[in-house]
Design a binder for this molecule. Sequence first.
Ligand SMILES: [Zn+2]
Length: 329
Amino acid sequence: MNGNVAVVIAFSVALTCAATAKRTAPVHIPLPRNNPLKNIEQQKQENSPPAASLFSEKKLPSLGKAMAIGYYPRGCLQGGVELPTTGPTWQVMRPSRNRNWGHPELVKFLERFAPLVAKATGWKGILIGDMAQPRGGPLPFGHKSHQIGLDVDIWFMPMPDRVLTKYERENILASNVVAADGKHINDKIWSPADVVFIRTAAEQPEVERVLVNAAIKKELCRVESQNDRSWMSKVRPWYGHDDHVHVRLKCPADSPNCRAQPPVPGGDGCDKSLDHWFTDSILRIKIPEFGGSSAGLKLKDLPAACIAVLNAPASPASAAIKEQSEPRR
Ligand SMILES: [Zn+2]
């Protein structure tokens, strides 16, 4: 008999005996479950560190062909690539978080989308918030999704006509375009260019969904009432998202283990389905994404391939690129 198994069985017999002997005593000794081996395995997993801390420790992407693995809120990213922190029409905010990584399709999308939206809105460019960690995976704070390298947050605040300093990128606050009551947009902050910004994102074929606060969706329904609103089915109301939009790309063709999200329902979404977002119970909920439950996920909750991604050597090319792209000031 395998030595470990013998020890486990002896241990469980001892526990069972102890429980039997003390049955009449007031002290309650829990009995082991039916399968002591499984019990120990479960315990090991329960004591294992959260997947978020394992993934956030990895400063560089894994070697290997780029692949989005799993589902947006439960997966990881192999062969991630970095979006340079400063581009002609974009700047990455909060670079110290090291979340400017994605599947190459996401980086390619942003490099194409930034100049496109700058032209459409008249902005100098866009400010980019969180994408994914170098190897994707759950994040210790901030999001449930953003795990497979296909999600990006883009601020409503247009990029200024200069390169922001490192300090500014870490400290400037995004502008909240929603009024304090959560039911309307804030007219002082909101501008027609914001409509163009959201529409341009939703119109891109590789985009799966654009998540915005329900008050923003309501405003889009109002201002676009006379126009073609077919693009608006992709614009979905969600908690928070009052100072940025969340753009999610479809699963890329090179990622067979990427799980597609069920398609958005047809129609523009400017119907009764929007009303429940303005009920008191929903309005009271403050961004459940924040400090969200992905921080509690364990490795066992992710696709098995994510363990290989976590343990893979770092891609050496990415280290050199990262070194060059850090903001200097
Ligand atoms: Zn987001």
